[in-house]
Each structure stands twice: as C-alpha cells, then as structure tokens.
Design a protein around this ligand. Structure first.
Ligand code: SF4
Ligand code: SF4
Length: 84
C-alpha cells in the first residue's frame, strides 16, 4: 500500500492533485480551507500523477514495489501513457 505525505508548508492549495487522481475510489479530497487531505490511502493505485502534477513538490509518495511492477512492463512509452 502507498504511503502518501502532503507537506502543508509547501502546498499552494491549487487542488490539482485531487483533480488529477484517477483512482476508482477517492484517495484525496480538498477541504473547505483549500488544503488537500488523504482520505483513503488504501485506494491509491500508485500512479504518481498527483506528485508529478504538483507545482510545489509538496507530495511524497512511497510506493509498493508490487504496484510499480504491475504498471511498468518494460515499455517506457506505454508506461508514460498509463501515467498520463
Ligand atoms: S497539487 Fe500540490 S500544491 Fe496543489 S493542492 Fe495538491 S499538494 Fe497542494
Ligand atoms: S498516486 Fe495516483 S492514485 Fe494515488 S493519490 Fe496520487 S493520483 Fe491518486
């Protein structure tokens, strides 16, 4: 399971991380204060989209080796297509 950390000191409250998440179940939500929160870490599919889109590098994701192996099959172009 992924471990997701969001640094509130770096976050600009743009909401991009929650918007870009493609997990079938909600992982991130934006609070009324504009801050993103992790609501269900177990729902994360470890695609890394949120961390890559974040303009202030506020998201740190520790992924499990198993899921990255599932996502990457040796074809770099297809791997990037899956991410974006
Ligand atoms: S994308 Fe980054 S800066 Fe924007 S809300 Fe998410 S953590 Fe904050
Ligand atoms: S890594 Fe992917 S699935 Fe997990 S929270 Fe970020 S965008 Fe959502």
């Amino acid at each position: 399971m992924a471990r997701i950390r969001i640094d509130p000191g770096r976050c600009r409250r743009c909401g991009a991380c929650a918007s870009t998440c493609i997990a079938p179940r909600r992982v991130l939500e934006i609070g009324e204060d504009g801050e993103p929160r992790v609501v269900d870490e177990s729902a994360c599919i470890e695609c890394l989209r949120c961390a890559l889109i974040c303009p202030s590098e506020a998201i740190d994701i520790e992924v499990s080796q198993l899921s990255m192996t599932a996502l990457y099959d040796g074809d770099a172009a297809r791997f990037l297509e899956r991410l974006f």
